[in-house]
Design a protein around this ligand. Structure first.
Ligand code: FAQ
Length: 337
């Protein structure tokens, strides 16, 4: 459905933004700019301007937090999966999301920020994570819809990140996208099965689509005109496609999938526009989006409390691992002496 060879345009217009004021050494800055302009990669040991480092830490850590908080809505259904097969698939998927969080925290650590600092920012409510994970999963079809639409939107956003200018982030994204692709397909397949079932099952799928559609469109971030980080992110080759363009690509790709599935996307304004060669769509509720991003969505408090509890409950595991590592190190030193 989505492909790793997704074409990422390098429209020079997108990359021409006013240079930001800085006090960085001009020669190093010029070398850095030249590497970015030549579509080269920046590696952890390379010199980079502080603002670039800060932007990457912000985006990669938010992304990592989204992956681990994103385990919670679907995790709620592991004990209630309708069959052993669905349970095994769901456990594997939720574990994959945890793994994505780990690659991403590791990528962010190469920029000089510790995992403890990032987790502290998440647990104290200072850091953001994707708005989509602050909505409840009310029925089994929500699990399928998260796979189809949430993972689908995530892939659309993340394939261009495989070509991000920061090496560790771009490499982590290649593997993440392959796994997200499996997640998207398993969700779609689960829904196809439900749509061949009885009326109650079909109604569950439609209900889940109704509740998730608009929230998924908001995952791509605010409209380009209200996106403070986009221009610079694109100039630096971190973002390759704008929030609105990705949202449009997602809508255009999803409409035919909804048709095959037999569900209605809950937007009366959704229609093909021959002239634009894209679907027109209705208004996203940005007030609701910002309320959720700012901590006042339906499940924000519950998600954060669950995350903090899981972290505190796991303290003994971290302590035991550290004690074991210390013991190993002492043994090696003794053997070497
Ligand atoms: N939710 O100026 P922009 C997944 C914030 S992973 C919350 O446009 P930017 C896998 C934004 O951070 C999903 N906050 O920002 C999975 C910024 O705040 P700041 C996560 C949002 O960075 C599936 C402010 O608004 N994916 O789903 C959101 O240029 C199933 C202004 O926005 C990534 O993180 C939002 N939806 O563009 C797991 C991908 N949108 O920091 C489990 C990497 C915007 O200035 C189950 N990230 N904001 O205070 C990105 O591509 C970008 O960071 C964007 C935002 C596109 C998310």
């Amino acid at each position: 459905m989505y492909t790793q060879s997704f074409n990422v345009p390098d429209e020079s217009g997108q990359r021409t933004v006013k240079p930001i004021a800085h006090t960085e050494p001009p020669e190093q800055m010029a070398r850095f700019d030249a590497r970015i302009d030549a579509d080269g990669r920046i590696e952890p040991q390379d010199w980079m301007p502080e603002a670039y480092r800060k932007t990457l830490v912000r985006q990669i850590s938010q992304h990592a937090h989204s992956e681990i908080v994103g385990m919670l809505p679907e995790g709620n259904w592991i004990s209630r999966a309708p069959s052993l097969k669905r349970k095994a698939i769901l456990i594997a998927k939720v574990q994959d999301e945890g793994g994505h969080g780990l690659y991403l925290y590791s990528a962010a650590e190469t920029l000089g920020t510790s995992r403890d600092q990032m987790l502290d920012a998440l647990h104290t409510g200072k850091a953001k994570y994707s708005s989509i994970f602050n909505y409840p999963t009310l029925n089994w079809a929500d699990v399928g819809v998260i796979g189809w639409l949430v993972d689908g939107a995530a892939i659309m956003n993340q394939i261009p990140l495989c070509r991000c200018s920061y090496g560790p982030y771009s490499r982590a994204m290649v593997r993440v996208c392959k796994e997200e692709s499996f997640h998207q397909r398993q969700g779609y397949e689960a829904l196809l099965v439900m749509m061949k079932g009885n009326q109650a099952q079909k109604d569950m799928v439609q209900d889940a689509v109704n509740r998730y559609w608009w929230k998924c469109l908001a995952m791509f971030g605010p409209p380009d005109a209200d996106s403070p980080n986009s221009a610079q992110g694109m100039r630096w080759g971190i973002k390759r496609i704008s929030n609105d363009d990705l949202r449009q690509k997602f809508i255009d790709a999803t409409v035919p999938q909804a048709k095959v599935l037999g569900v209605t996307l809950p937007d009366p304004d959704l229609k093909w526009n021959e002239e634009r060669g894209h679907h027109d769509y209705g208004q996203i509720d940005w007030d609701e989006f910002w309320a959720t991003v700012n901590g006042n969505g339906p499940c924000n408090k519950e998600r954060l409390a669950t995350r903090v509890k899981a972290h505190n409950d796991g303290a003994w595991v971290r302590d035991a691992a550290l004690a074991h590592a210390r013991k190993q190190q002492q043994r090696q030193l003794k053997e070497a002496a």
